[in-house]
Each structure stands twice: as C-alpha cells, then as structure tokens.
Design a protein around this ligand. Structure first.
Ligand SMILES: [Zn+2]
Length: 293
C-alpha cells in the first residue's frame, strides 16, 4: 500500500483495481507508439505493457488534524456495469480491507470528495443494503462540483440510453437524496490547506485539490492525467475526455504549474506509483517518482 506524508498530512492509497491494461490506441485515440520509443526504458512495464497502457483505480485517503477525507471512490461493489465486465457486479473486499488497515471504519470518514462523476470515481459512494443503494459513509459530507452535477443531471434528462454506466443513479443520486451531498464551486475549501480548483476538460465540472500542508504542496489532479505517457505527450487526451481540447489545455496548464517545483502531482490512475514531481527534460515534461511504501 502506497503511503506518504505531505507536510503534516498522511496520504494513503486505497486501491480498488491494482492493475489493468487498455490498448494505447483505444485510450489515447491520437497516440502514435513510435513517439514513445525514447521513453520505453522507464515506461515499460509499469505504465506500458506490450502496447497496452497500464492503469490502476485508487482512492486517496487524507488524514490531517483529526479529519479523514477520501478523494474519489473507485468502482465499488455490486454495481451493474454490463458494458465493463471488470466493473460489473464486483464482490471484491480489497478496497474495504485497505480502508480498515488504516484503522478507520466507514463511520470515521468526514468527507468524500469526487473530482468528477465517472463510474470509476464514485462507486464506493454507496453500498447495496436490502436491495437499495445507501451512502457507504453515514457521517460524511459528499462533495463534488456544482457544474459537474448539473452536467450529468442534464445528460440523463436528455437521453433515453444509459448514461455513464448508470453511476449517477446508483452512486450519486442516493447520496443527494440522503441530504449528505454538497455542490461547490471553484475556490471551495475542503479542509484547512485543501482548496478545490476547476480543471474542466476531462469532464465539464472536473475539480482538483490544491494542497498546502505546512508549506508542502501538491495537486490531487483526478483524471487531468491518466498516465505519465501524457507527460511526454500532453496533447494525447483520453477517449474518455468530454472535451479533448479543453482537457489538453487543463493538462498543459497543470504540468506547467508543477514543472521544476517541489509541488507533487498526485493522480488517480498511474499504474504502480502514486505521485511524482514534474521536471522539464529537453522538450517534454518528465516524472520524477518519489513514492515510498
Ligand atoms: Zn474520468
């Protein structure tokens, strides 16, 4: 289990899917494998495995000043996701066991923040109880962007098809209906030292966390990047990005702001590693990995 300190905050990964692979051309439609040849010595096998992009699905647990905050809640259990066999009706105990190993119970979580409302970021928001979806964390405030919530609400109202694998209905609405959800805007302070910033592009209301804990800084960037491949090729937005150009712009703005500083990049999906610094090397961004187990 990856864990590290950011100043006086403890950051621990709560992993739902340790590793899965997606073909490069599927996840990054603009990709060209040739353009990665210079970087294969560090991309393989952790991030690129026989032409497949290797990803993880993880939450971050932030512990600071007696507050316990979950950032994103992965895929979850029992959700009907027939279009994604690896997400469909899962009965996997590892995510809950990882949370328990930190000494916390679901009752101990104060805040669940969802960077955006994709099915692999909201799943553990709810659990199935007597045939109904109920909030997994009974004492938590669940926080997400107002723009993000409104986008999915409108998409669903306008469509006769299942939208977003049905995750809004089973993992977001039950929390709203329980009265535990707060919709927020740019600049909202999640907790002392944790400020939300709009990073729209991957989804219309995507938000990141700007963390500053005793002068130690980092950005929990959700899906602004899926893989360090997008550091050497920041033009490659993912197939899952709502607005390819805006996603690219958000990615480059973020990488520029972190480049050659001591601010950590803390994404959700990087395979086998949790965070890195960003350095400029020749004409590209490069990761400098910093994790300790
Ligand atoms: Zn996403």
């Amino acid at each position: 289990m990856l864990t590290f300190a950011l100043g006086d905050m403890t950051v621990t990964e709560i992993c739902d899917i340790r590793s899965f692979d997606i073909p490069l051309a599927i996840i990054f439609p603009r990709s060209d494998h040739q353009k990665l040849h210079r970087y294969l010595h560090w991309l393989e096998p952790s991030f690129l495995n026989h032409g497949n992009v290797r990803l993880a699905v993880r939450s971050w647990l932030l512990k600071r000043k007696g507050r316990n905050i979950l950032v994103d809640s992965c895929v979850g259990n029992h959700k009907k996701r027939p279009a994604r066999s690896d997400w469909h009706e899962r009965k996997d105990t590892s995510w809950m066991e990882a949370l328990a190993s930190t000494g916390l119970k679901p009752e101990d979580i104060h805040i669940v923040f969802c960077t955006h409302l994709h099915a692999d970021h909201v799943g553990w928001n709810t659990k199935l109880e007597n045939g109904r979806w109920v909030p997994t964390f009974p004492n938590a405030r669940y926080i997400t962007g107002r723009t993000e919530y409104a986008h999915w609400e409108a998409e669903i109202a306008a469509s006769e098809q299942i939208v977003g694998h049905g995750c809004f209905e089973d993992s977001v609405l039950p929390v709203m209906e329980s009265g535990q959800m707060d919709l927020v805007t740019d600049g909202f302070q999640l907790a002392d030292g944790l400020v939300l910033k709009s990073s729209a592009g991957h989804t219309p209301g995507h938000m990141s966390i700007d963390a500053n804990c005793e002068g130690h800084t980092g950005v929990f960037c959700g899906d602004v990047l899926h893989s360090p491949i997008q550091m050497v090729q920041p033009d490659w937005s993912s197939a899952f990005c709502f607005d390819q150009k805006l996603a690219r712009q958000a990615r480059i703005t973020l990488l520029d702001s972190l480049c050659d500083t001591s601010r950590l990049l803390i994404p959700m999906h990087f395979g086998n590693t949790g965070s890195c610094y960003v350095k400029r090397h020749e004409d590209v961004f490069m990761p400098v990995f910093s994790d300790s187990d």
